[in-house]
Design a protein around this ligand. Structure first.
Ligand SMILES: NC(=O)c1ccc[n+]([C@@H]2O[C@H](COP(=O)([O-])OP(=O)(O)OC[C@H]3O[C@@H](n4cnc5c(N)ncnc54)[C@H](OP(=O)(O)O)[C@@H]3O)[C@@H](O)[C@H]2O)c1
Length: 259
């Protein structure tokens, strides 16, 4: 069922830069009231400057209490939440052993537990506001197992969580979408290495993902790859795994960047 965003309420996490900031601007331009969530208040205030439809809200997705308080505030302020975009995420480094354990667990806490906390906090309000949408910004790295291991694990798990809740939440009027971007140039994911390689032209800008998120909200998509043609790699992985591994290891040698 198509969804008209105008006049509705959205919450976007990780709104202080990159994909989250572009998505906040895009949804506000589509007529939504957008609660822009992150830890850097100055960035959120800057994003909201001159735009009454963007409301800054400081919260850390690693805190269950803060996510619950955010949902309670949105309910008190607007009495509804029609769209939750779980976008906040961090890159994480390589995983070589014991020295990398804390970093790996920290990556999972933001990238996997963050969206789970968000969905837990907002489930009842989303259901009451239905038809509603959850967009979980995962990654192509959650389909292909490329880049740093803990990052890929966090995104694989988020894809699984999204796929399962897409089925189990559908009857509540809540469409859950796994949205999987490829290489996008942002503060946290500079793509510096890949941009210097022959694959540099594959690197996109955050607005590309914001357009896809808006479109997935309108259409009620449950899965979206950005750009769409990256799906070819996902299909290749499943139908011709050895060939895929040969291509992936070549890409890893050339780029080594994370998505
Ligand atoms: N760029 C890519 O190539 C790419 C590809 C695939 C998927 N993704 C995914 O896209 C999402 C957005 O990434 P981006 O590329 O736009 O990176 P970014 O510019 O670094 O943005 C990350 C955002 O997450 C927020 N954040 C980080 N930790 C947080 C926490 N504990 N609590 C609340 N907010 C937190 C940051 O805000 P504060 O620091 O102010 O809190 C920031 O707004 C991530 O989930 C990422 O994994 C990116």
């Amino acid at each position: 069922m198509r969804f008209d965003p105008a006049g509705k309420v959205a919450v976007v996490t990780g709104a202080s830069s990159g994909i989250g900031a572009a998505t906040t601007r895009r949804l506000a331009a589509a007529g939504m009231t957008v609660v822009a969530v992150a830890r850097r208040e100055d960035r959120l205030v800057e994003l909201a400057a001159g735009r009454a439809s963007i409301r800054p809200y400081v919260a850390d997705v690693r805190s269950t209490a803060q996510m619950d308080a955010l949902a309670a505030w949105v309910d008190a302020e607007y009495g509804a939440c029609h769209v939750l975009v779980n976008n906040a995420g961090i890159g994480g480094g390589t995983f070589d052993g014991r020295d990398d354990l804390d970093d790996a667990l920290a990556t999972l806490d933001v990238n996997l537990s963050g969206p789970i906390r968000g969905m837990a906090a907002f489930a009842a309000l989303l259901e009451r506001s239905a038809p509603a949408r959850v967009i979980n910004v995962a990654s192509v790295a959650g389909k292909l197992g490329i880049g740093p291991a803990a990052y890929a694990a966090s995104k694989f798990a988020l894809v699984g969580f999204s796929e399962a809740t897409a089925l189990s939440w559908a009857h509540r009027g809540i469409t859950v979408c796994q949205l999987n971007p490829g290489f996008i140039e942002t503060e946290g994911f500079t793509q510096a290495q890949i941009k210097r390689s022959p694959m540099g032209r594959l690197v996109g800008q955050p607005e590309l993902v914001a357009v896809a998120i808006h479109d997935a909200i309108v259409r009620g998509s449950t899965e979206r790859t950005v750009p769409r043609w990256y799906r070819a790699f996902v299909v290749l992985r499943h139908v011709a795994a050895p060939l895929y591994r040969a291509v992936a290891s070549r890409m890893a040698r050339a780029g080594g960047s994370r998505t």
